[in-house]
Design a protein around this ligand. Sequence first.
Ligand code: FES
Ligand SMILES: [Fe+2]
Length: 375
Amino acid sequence: MAGRLIPMRDDEVAQRVLDHIANGTTDMGDEVWREPVANYRSEARLERERSTLRRFPQAFCPSAALPDVGSYIARESAGVPIVVVRGEDRTVRAFRNVCRHRGMRVANDAGCTKALVCGYHGWAYGLDGRLRAVPHEHGFPGLDKSRHGLAPIKADERHGIVFVTIDSPAAGSDLGDLPTLIASDQQMMRTVTRDTDTNWKISLEGFIEGYHIRATHPESFYPYGFDNLNVVETFGRHSRVTYPFQRIRKLESVPAGERKVMGLGTYVYHIFPNALVTILSSHTNLVVLDPIAIDRTRSVNYTLTNGGRDAAQSLAAAKRDSDFVGNTGAAEDRAVVEAIQRGIASGANDVFTFGKFESAIVHFHKTLDAALARS
Ligand code: FES
Ligand SMILES: [Fe+2]
């Protein structure tokens, strides 16, 4: 497992799951990790984490959320207001969402536009960030418009996702060989932004281990799944946890080379540092966890269809599936992470202990520690 750069093929995952079912086993990491609780409570630590986040490519949105020339999304990321926009050449660009006159935002929320026009005095920027027009320009004698474009941010559109790297990239922060996470026939369904009273790492940890499934989700996920049976892979700084459903057993009678996991289990990718891609039976989520305070996280959840069939059918199936997951399982997970946050100042724990079933979380903490140490 260690050192792999891309996750396993479906048939390899399926075989590993079937072996675990036969043997009553699960994937286990090679160490127990003790993470100081102080690391979830320290303002100084959060500031260092946010500055590290700004130096790695952060998943910002699915490509499908910017379908047209002029499609844009504006929001803050690690404390910086950002706008991403698809240009006339269909390239996605990112800028600091800050007017070069007196600093107002030039875009709000999301939409489609021909130009980014500041709402304060009307300075207008092209989709390429260039300052195009200044109302009553004679009031600014000598203004060099070519030097007052929007401040650019590195943007990369890869694997069906738009990534932004806000500050100068950290050593070794290349995007590398992620697999295609969101395919071009997957349609955007909805975007939900929600603030939770948690540290961002507590929210993240809730996604990437299956040890909790039976206790936390006794009526929602567990009846369809297994107790503590997962495939856990790390690749580069990222990881993927496979949560098989009981119905994956039917792959026993499918030739190894034809085994597909979709519909028979959930894949949860952690894309370092702060994004998750969850691939369920009929829908896919890109979840971005933005730390806004030591005890507050903004999660932006983009839901897409899984594609692969007729668009209307995909949409209907995705809606049914996501209502079920969103109304039950996700609410159970939120209740847990918010309860953890409320107890975090109690003094009961100096450390949180992550065992061998929680190895994707161990990989995350090690990777984050290494990134912090380098910056
Ligand atoms: S601050 Fe943007 S036009 Fe004045
Ligand atoms: Fe859960």
